[in-house]
Design a protein around this ligand. Structure first.
Ligand SMILES: NC(=O)c1ccc[n+]([C@@H]2O[C@H](COP(=O)([O-])OP(=O)(O)OC[C@H]3O[C@@H](n4cnc5c(N)ncnc54)[C@H](O)[C@@H]3O)[C@@H](O)[C@H]2O)c1
Length: 313
C-alpha cells in the first residue's frame, strides 16, 4: 500500500516507518525536523529508512505543504507529527502546540476529504484524561486534560471525530500511554535517567517518585498502529498501554538492576501539568484490534539502556 507517515523522523514515527517498509509498503515520510530536540537525532532516527528504495523522505512542514497533492494516491495516513511534551506547553510556546498539533491536523484532515483513504490513524495521548477519576481509565471516561499539550491533543482527536462523522474519513485515534524504548525523546524520563546513570549524575525526579505510569514499549505502540490500520473501527478511539503500570521509584530500582549502578537522585517539586497516575484499560483494543503488548517493562528498559550505551553519550 501507499502510506504517508507524518512525524516520520520522530521517536515513534521512525520505528513505524521502518516496520511498514519491512512489511513491503511504499512509505512517504514527512517531517520538518522541529528544534524541540536536536534535528541531528531525528536524522539519525531515519538513517535506515532513507536507504530503502520504498521510502521517500520529505523534510517539509505540514503547515505549508500542499497536502492535497501529498495525499494523492495515498491509501493510509499515520499522523504522528506533533509538538510533544507536557511541561514545555505552558507560556509563550503554546502557539507552537496550537500550530503543530491542532492546525496541522485540521489541514491534513481537510486534504483527506478528497481521496478515498482506507485509514487515517491519529497518534493521540493519555494526557487527554488528566487526573482520571477511576483506574484503569477507559475510552468512554471523561477527558479533563491537565496541560496545554493535553488540550491540543484532545482538540486534534475531536477534529478527527468531526471529520469522520461529517466527511466519512476513516479515522482511528490511538491514545498512547508513556511510550519508551530506543530512540525515546531526550526530554522523556527514562532517556534523562539513563543519560544521568551513564554520566554518573543524579537522576532528576519531580515529586516523591510514587507517581505511577502505564509504560508502553515502542514496538507495542508500533504493533497497535499496524492493527489499527488492518482492523480499526472507523471513528473509534483506543487506549494503547503496555500493561506494566509501576511507580517511578520502582522503575529506578529496575534501572539500577539493568545498569548495575546505584542511582543518585535529585528531587524537586512536581511540575505543573504532570498527572499523578496513568493506567490504561485496554479491553477495547484487545477485543477489537487483537492488541496484546508483548514486552515486559524490564525487557524494554534494557533495550533502551543498550541503545543509549551504544550511542556513547
Ligand atoms: N512518546 C510518547 O510517550 C507519546 C505519548 C502519547 C502521545 N504521543 C504522540 O505520539 C506522536 C509521536 O510522538 P514522539 O514521542 O515520537 O514525538 P517526536 O517529537 O519524537 O516526533 C514528532 C515529530 O513530528 C515532527 N513535527 C512536528 N510538527 C511538525 C509539522 N508541522 N510538520 C512536519 N513535522 C512535524 C517533529 O519534527 C518530530 O520529529 C505525537 O503525536 C505525540 O503527541 C507520544
Amino acid at each position: 500500500m501507499r502510506i504517508l507517515v507524518t512525524g516520520a523522523a520522530g521517536f515513534i514515527g521512525s520505528w513505524l516507518s521502518e516496520r511498514l517498509l519491512a512489511l513491503g509498503h511504499e512509505v512517504t515520510g514527512i517531517d520538518c525536523l522541529t528544534d524541540y530536540y536536536p534535528p541531528q537525532i531525528k536524522r539519525r532516527n531515519i538513517e535506515t529508512s532513507v536507504r530503502n528504495p520504498l521510502f521517500k523522505f520529505l523534510e517539509q512542514d505540514l503547515l505549508n505543504t500542499d497536502l492535497t497533492r501529498l495525499l494523492d494516491g495515498c491509501e493510509v495516513v499515520f499522523h504522528q507529527a506533533a509538538q510533544a511534551g507536557v511541561r514545555a506547553s505552558w507560556g509563550t510556546d503554546f502557539g507552537i502546540y496550537v500550530n503543530n498539533n491542532i492546525l496541522a491536523t485540521q489541514r491534513l484532515l481537510e486534504a483527506a476529504k478528497g481521496p478515498a483513504l482506507k485509514r487515517f490513524v491519529f497518534a493521540s495521548s493519555s494526557s487527554v484524561y488528566g487526573n482520571a477519576q477511576k483506574m484503569p481509565v477507559s475510552e468512554d471516561d471523561p477527558t479533563h486534560p491537565m496541560s496545554p499539550y493535553g488540550v491540543t491533543k484532545l482538540s486534534a482527536e475531536n477534529l478527527c471525530q468531526l471529520y469522520h462523522k461529517n466527511f466519512g474519513i476513516p479515522t482511528v485515534s490511538l491514545r498512547y500511554f508513556t511510550v519508551f524504548g530506543p530512540r525515546q525523546r531526550p526530554d522523556m524520563a527514562f532517556h534523562k535517567f539513563i543519560r544521568a546513570m551513564l554520566g554518573g549524575d543524579a537522576l532528576p525526579i519531580f515529586g516523591n517518585g510514587e507517581q505511577t505510569r502505564d509504560f508502553t514499549f515502542v514496538e507495542d505502540a508500533v504493533n497497535a498502529n499496524i492493527l489499527a490500520m488492518e482492523k480499526g473501527r472507523n471513528g473509534a478511539i483506543y487506549n494503547i498501554g503496555g500493561g506494566s503500570r509501576i511507580s517511578l521509584n520502582r522503575a529506578i530500582e529496575l534501572l539500577e538492576g539493568v545498569t548495575g549502578k546505584e542511582a543518585k537522585r535529585s528531587q524537586s517539586e512536581s511540575q505543573k501539568g504532570d498527572v499523578l497516575h496513568t493506567w490504561a484499560d485496554t479491553t477495547r483494543a484487545r477485543n477489537e484490534l487483537g492488541f496484546a503488548p508483548k514486552y515486559d517493562f524490564e525487557q524494554g528498559l534494557r533495550r533502551e539502556f543498550e541503545w543509549m550505551a551504544s550511542l556513547r553519550l
